[in-house]
Design a protein around this ligand. Structure first.
Ligand code: SF4
Length: 421
């Protein structure tokens, strides 16, 4: 029987770095090999075209040479993320998709998502995305308030978002996600509610609602004293608004930060939370196949060495026979790159099953746990489940074990209880 695989493809380029961002992405003007500011400039300069070519060629080569490992899989979802994939001219997106389709069995109804940022697509491009099979887009709005957008260093205003949204709808996209954020500097519950109202009025099929996390090393973290952030009570009020307002508009919460209309839960993200097999292509991309996790090298030079190395086709190789090729900086220092790889122990697999699965509102299945680990869940986690149940953070109904609304509010605490010492 064919196994299921999801594919993540990383495009690390952005117009410029947002002030809160710690993702592996480069402001286009600072990419080592000399990217320039905007996509409009990409078509004019030979130098920049060479750079785009360089990365897309590496990506297509990695996709192609890994395919042999996954010949017994069919692909149920693809996610082009970043960075800003929509910063690439559409013909490069088409080439990447052609490389996947030429070498992998992509299921007819596969969910194929592309992330985009307002102001980075041009007339006619969404139609080209549809032609190459992309059937879902995820647009990073974050806030409908221009002043809030400016404070966090976004490249766009709300009007630019509306134009992008209109372009993708006119092209025929019927599955659209909008990302929004709460706890932004200068934001209060009233302005957050205005964002919720404006976004739901557009009737996207899916809304991702995250709270801003101040990550160390980001400009927003370094200069936090210059900003006024919402108080803890205000943040709680925004969380309550998210849940109640989105529910009243017909969006059900199916994961801590994700809300969907009926039938529009994101299939690709559910693969991560349910520990399905996925492979990531591109700079720094993460993969997990058959309980082996690895991350690609995270500098352009080391990624290029990895892709062009004759020794390695994929971080997980020999999937059929269960053999693994050892590749890391210590054993082959002359190779010049490090592939971070971890073969998960049985305990680590159990931990992941619980703390990833409990992110989902439907929780985890006790029967599936027993099937995978050949051990009843009570025998492993009985004490933890009882304790969280007594605290009102978790419920068990029949086969299902899930966090309550209060449990989801303190999910980091609840999920950490499933880690072995
Ligand atoms: S657009 Fe996204 S990936 Fe790019 S800098 Fe902003 S937050 Fe980071």
């Amino acid at each position: 029987m064919m196994k299921e695989l999801s594919i993540y493809i990383h495009i690390p380029f952005c117009v410029k770095k947002c002030l809160y961002c710690d993702f592996l992405s480069f402001p286009a003007g600072e990419v080592k090999r000399g990217m320039t500011e905007r996509k409009s400039a990409l078509s004019g300069s030979g130098m920049v075209q060479d750079d785009i070519e360089y990365y897309v060629n590496l990506l297509c080569r990695e996709i192609t040479q890994s395919a042999e490992v996954y010949k017994k899989y069919h692909v149920i979802s693809i996610f082009l993320g970043g960075g800003t994939p929509s910063l690439l001219p559409a013909d490069r997106i088409i080439r990447i998709m052609e490389a996947v389709r030429a070498h992998y069995r992509v299921a007819e109804k596969a969910e194929i998502t592309m992330e985009m940022n307002p102001g980075t697509i041009e007339n006619g491009e969404p139609e080209q995305y549809i032609t190459c099979g992309i059937n879902r887009v995820s647009i990073g709005l974050q806030s409908a308030d221009d002043e809030e957008l400016r404070r966090i260093g976004r490249i766009h205003d709300y009007a630019a978002f509306l134009k992008t949204y209109d372009l993708v709808r006119r092209a025929g996209f019927r599955n659209v996600n909008i990302d929004i954020m709460s706890a932004l500097p200068g934001q209060d519950a009233a302005s957050y509610e205005r964002t919720l109202r404006k976004v739901t009025a557009l009737a996207p099929e899916h809304i991702s609602a995250y709270s801003l996390i101040l990550e160390e090393g980001t400009p927003l973290h370094e200069r936090q004293s210059e900003y006024s952030f919402p108080t803890e009570e205000e943040e709680q009020e925004m969380d309550r608004l998210t849940r109640q307002y989105l529910a009243s508009c017909g969006y059900h919460r199916y994961e801590i930060s994700n809300y969907a209309g009926d039938g529009y839960e994101c299939r690709h993200n559910k693969v991560y939370w349910q520990r399905g097999d996925y492979v990531g292509f591109g700079l720094g991309a993460s993969s997990m196949v058959q309980n082996v996790r690895w991350s690609n090298p995270d500098t352009l030079e080391s990624y290029a060495m990895y892709v062009t190395s004759a020794a390695v086709k994929c971080g997980y190789d020999g999937a059929e026979c269960g053999q693994l090729i050892e590749v890391n900086g210590q054993e082959e220092p002359e190779a010049g790159y490090i592939l971070h790889r971890q073969v998960l122990s049985r305990q680590e697999q159990m931990e992941e099953y619980m703390f990833l699965g409990l992110r989902m509102v439907c929780g985890v299945s006790a029967a599936k746990f027993e099937h995978i680990f050949d051990s009843p869940i009570e025998g492993v986690y009985g004490g933890t489940i009882d304790c969280l149940r007594r605290q009102g953070l978790l419920v068990r109904d029949g086969d299902g074990i899930r966090l309550t609304e209060r449990g989801l509010d303190v999910s980091n605490y609840a999920m950490s209880q499933f880690l072995f010492d």
